[in-house]
Write a protein that binds this ligand. Structure first.
Ligand SMILES: *[C@@H]1O[C@H](CO)[C@@H](O)[C@H](O)[C@H]1NC(C)=O
Ligand SMILES: *[C@@H]1O[C@H](CO)[C@@H](O)[C@H](O)[C@H]1NC(C)=O
Ligand SMILES: *[C@@H]1O[C@H](CO)[C@@H](O)[C@H](O)[C@H]1NC(C)=O
Ligand SMILES: *[C@@H]1O[C@H](CO)[C@@H](O)[C@H](O)[C@H]1NC(C)=O
Ligand SMILES: *[C@@H]1O[C@H](CO)[C@@H](O)[C@H](O)[C@H]1NC(C)=O
Ligand SMILES: *[C@@H]1O[C@H](CO)[C@@H](O)[C@H](O)[C@H]1NC(C)=O
Ligand SMILES: *[C@@H]1O[C@H](CO)[C@@H](O)[C@H](O)[C@H]1NC(C)=O
Length: 242
């Protein structure tokens, strides 16, 4: 047992942590952990600084590089998944930030779950070459809930069905439904909200209330059914769509 624990700690030390304890010449500021849905894209807001600062000179050609999994890429060149000097890269990434202004903001497109990894940023501004070994960037890509469907016009629809038992004490109650979604390549979020006031004044029926934050709001009774034993019980449905 003791042996196993020691082996584990040796293994952990041999990875990034050990390299970070050496003096790093490059640091980035970016969200450490990011999560995104497969099929979407992710904007990584990022800036960097060189230590010492004068080693980086923006008048020289600058390349930004993303390396996956392990900072030691010389014998694993497949881990160099993006190099801004190249037109074709193995990962659908682009540095949209201005490297000369020390921005390493990166757009990661067409995400799929197999891109869940730890990434390291590197600057090549010869003779200044440095990898931000102390700033691993963790990205988790998850599959969206399978009840989200993509429409032909690039919008998405999801349905959330909630059954609540109503009585006339709920008359005038407001049901609100909101949906939050990323806009502008992930730079911001938007929230759509709709409210619907319940009217529970007539004999119980199987009623469906449909709320759609994108604009459409409708309420329609479906399948009139005989009043159940517990008077005043009915079903409400909320269907937000964005
Ligand atoms: C990134 O920019 C922010 C705000 O300007 C600054 O506080 C931070 O130190 C910068 N990070 C690096 C690594 O240069
Ligand atoms: C950057 O390089 C240019 C040209 O080589 C030089 O003139 C300038 O002084 C350098 N800037 C710094 C801050 O070292
Ligand atoms: C990035 O591209 C430049 C120019 O082609 C090359 O010199 C450099 O070795 C590449 N960097 C890595 C980490 O592969
Ligand atoms: C990256 O940017 C270039 C030039 O703007 C563009 O041609 C290319 O399609 C982009 N790649 C991705 C994966 O978005
Ligand atoms: C990840 O999956 C996508 C889509 O299935 C595929 O195109 C891509 O080559 C895969 N990449 C890696 C590194 O496995
Ligand atoms: C959609 O999926 C989520 C997560 O799997 C689940 O919680 C929710 O109840 C589902 N909604 C419907 C209408 O199936
Ligand atoms: C209301 O209708 C749904 C399907 O439309 C049905 O499953 C449910 O049993 C009905 N409820 C009542 C109280 O009749």
């Amino acid at each position: 047992m003791v042996t196993a624990t020691m082996l584990l700690s040796v293994f952990l030390l041999s990875s990034a942590l050990a390299d970070c304890s050496k003096e790093s010449a490059l640091f980035i500021t970016a969200p450490k952990n990011m999560e995104a849905l497969s099929g979407s894209c992710l904007l990584i807001p990022c800036n960097f600084s060189a230590i010492p600062d004068q080693d980086f000179n923006s008048t020289r050609t600058t390349f930004g590089v993303w390396i996956k999994h392990d900072i030691h890429f010389s014998d694993q060149t497949n881990n160099v998944i993006f190099n801004s000097s190249r037109v074709y890269n193995s990962y659908p990434m682009n540095i949209t930030g201005d490297l000369s202004q020390k921005s390493c903001t990166t757009l990661f497109s067409r995400l799929s779950t197999n891109y869940t990894e730890t990434y390291y940023f590197r600057i090549e501004n010869r003779p200044f070459l440095a990898t931000a070994v102390c700033d691993p960037q963790r990205i988790i890509v998850k599959d969206p809930p399978n009840n989200i469907t993509e429409n032909t016009d690039q919008t998405f629809t999801t349905k959330i069905q909630k059954t609540i038992t109503l009585s006339d004490t709920h008359d005038g109650l407001t049901i609100s439904c909101s949906a939050t979604y990323p806009v502008n390549e992930g730079r911001g979020v938007k929230t759509a909200e709709e409210r619907k006031t319940l009217s529970v004044s007539y004999a119980p029926k199987n009623t469906s209330v449909s709320i759609s934050p994108s604009g459409l709001v409708s309420a329609a009774p479906v399948e009139p059914s005989p009043p159940p034993a517990s008077a005043g019980s009915r079903t409400a449905k909320m269907e937000p769509s964005v």
